[in-house]
Ligand binder design. Structure first.
Ligand code: GLU
Length: 489
């Protein structure tokens, strides 16, 4: 069994951010690449910031994108996440031991004192931080306070005047000056709940995590975590701090812009496969230029050393392009099924009714024609309006000098010519429809475009559409004839 174990450690303070999904994906790919395990850990020790249904939403999103953990408590017929609030007996005893050993200390400062200290520091333009008031309190005195029932927190005793050297798998060597590091709280004053720092170091160790992938905003927590691990006598995992995912304006994606959360993309009906492929390339270069990759291909190629240092800009145009590529590759029946449920969501539109009332053959011919031009499901509606509803009459579009049609009358002549052919055609296949009409055009000594352009315009009423034969084949004899006659009238 491989010893590579990765984790996603979301705090349930909101829904899954698109950057978190990218982090999850990299952790998942690295675990799979090495035949290791990927686990999920809910970091919910900050009880004041919990959002009620966040855990369910996070798990259902991971399930939807196919990234269930390989291990953990049972949940919905599979493995679910570990949850820190359900593991509280793992933290406090270990952290208290550090106080007894002298690498951490009990701090009895009241919130009022700390508040006052903070205000003074702001006033004097000093860097905020703990002033070390309880750092040198003798252990017996601390014990006496505790026996007295006084509330305390546990703080890390950060050694002074030391340079910590750390190697990040993406950024390389990073140094920290411990004089810049606060005596961070590891256990809160309720005596039970660890802070993020206290819990994360203990859990990564107990869960035998080999590689931590997380956003680069966590680099600043490294000194505290390095020293906490040193105090606990444990070895830290390897770290890869990932570049931020930025919006098109190179700023952080936010709630305001409506593209920050995974649910925003699901709501827009992006295909999950396309979204994951797109996210994988936000910061990772697989070493070749073929950007469309299956999950298995990504797993095979993924290397942490190929992740970039610089921030990755989320380009929605590229996402649309990639989504279009996945739509092109889909089987018609599958696209039909997904479009049908997408169109279900159209409350009042006739689409919902018309699409579901047209038979599968009618719909799938339309899908086959639009599949190559549709980047997002919502475009299906505008691309096919004239096929589900009526076509507009656009006599102006009949004129096309390139096809030597200089006047509307010439265009209408072409329609008069083609009407009996369309009426008498054999609609059993596209070929059987097409061949005799092409032959008749040739016999009459006309050019294809001269006839087919006006026919296409009459059938679609659009500047751009599939070709004339494809349209006639989709619409069928009666409707094709009706549309041509309407133009002639
Ligand atoms: N719980 C942290 C978060 O919300 C995770 C940080 C880490 O991965 O260490 O992102």
């Amino acid at each position: 069994m491989s010893s590579v174990r990765t984790r996603l450690a979301p705090s349930p303070t909101g829904y899954l951010h698109i950057g978190n999904l990218r982090t999850a994906l990299y952790a998942y790919l690295w675990a799979r690449h090495n035949e290791g395990q990927f686990i999920v850990r809910i970091e919910d020790t900050d009880r004041t910031r919990l959002v009620e249904d966040a855990v369910d939403k996070i798990i259902s999103t991971l399930t939807l994108v196919g990234m269930r953990p390989d291990e953990g408590p049972h949940h919905d017929g599979g493995y679910g996440p570990y949850t820190q609030s359900e593991r509280l007996n793992e933290y406090a005893p270990r952290l208290r031991r550090l106080c007894e050993e002298g690498t951490a200390y009990y701090c009895f400062c009241t919130p009022e004192r700390l508040e006052l200290l903070h205000e003074q520091q702001i006033e004097l333009h000093l860097a905020p931080g703990y002033d070390g008031h309880c750092r040198h309190l003798p252990l017996e005195e601390a014990h006496a306070h505790i026996a007295n029932g006084d509330n305390y927190t546990i703080r890390l005793k950060v050694p002074r005047n030391e340079t910590l050297i750390f190697n990040d798998m993406i950024r390389g060597r990073i140094e920290f000056d411990t004089n810049q590091t606060d005596d961070t709280i590891l256990l809160k004053s309720d005596g039970i709940y660890p802070t993020y720092h206290g819990a994360v170091v203990i859990d990564d160790h107990l869960m035998a995590i080999s590689h931590v992938m997380r956003g680069e905003e966590w680099i600043s927590s490294m000194p505290t975590q390095i020293l906490t691990a040193r105090a606990l006598g444990i070895t830290l995992p390897e770290y890869a701090h990932l570049p931020l995912v930025l919006g098109n304006d190179s700023k952080k994606l936010s709630k305001r812009t409506g593209d920050a959360f995974v649910s925003d993309y699901i709501a827009k009906w992006y295909l999950v496969e396309a979204l994951l492929n797109f996210l994988a390339l936000l910061g990772w270069h697989p070493g070749h230029d073929n950007e469309i990759m299956t999950m298995d291909e990504m797993i095979a190629l993924f290397e942490i050393r190929d992740i970039h240092k610089s921030g990755a800009v989320l380009d929605p145009i590229k996402l649309d392009w990639m989504n279009g590529e996945y739509i092109k590759k889909m089987e018609i029946w599958e696209l039909h099924t997904r479009l049908a449920s997408y169109l279900e969501g159209y409350e009042t539109s006739f689409y919902k009714n018309i699409f579901s009332q047209k038979d599968y053959i009618y719909n799938s011919r339309i899908i086959a024609e639009t599949q190559t031009r549709m980047k997002r499901f919502e475009e299906f509606v505008s691309l096919t309006n004239y096929l589900y509803g009526d076509a507009s009459i656009r006599l102006d579009l009949l004129i096309n000098p390139k096809m030597k049609i200089e006047t509307e009358e010439q265009g209408l002549d072409a329609l008069r010519f083609v009407l009996p052919l369309i009426e008498g055609a054999d609609y059993s296949s596209l070929e059987s429809l097409k061949a005799p009409i092409l032959a008749a055009i040739a016999v009459a000594g006309k050019k294809n475009g001269q006839i087919l352009w006006p026919l296409r315009v009459a059938l679609s009423g659009e500047e751009f559409s599939p070709g004339a034969f494809e349209l006639a084949y989709i619409l069928g004899r009666d409707e094709s004839v009706r549309r041509i006659q309407k133009n002639l009238a």
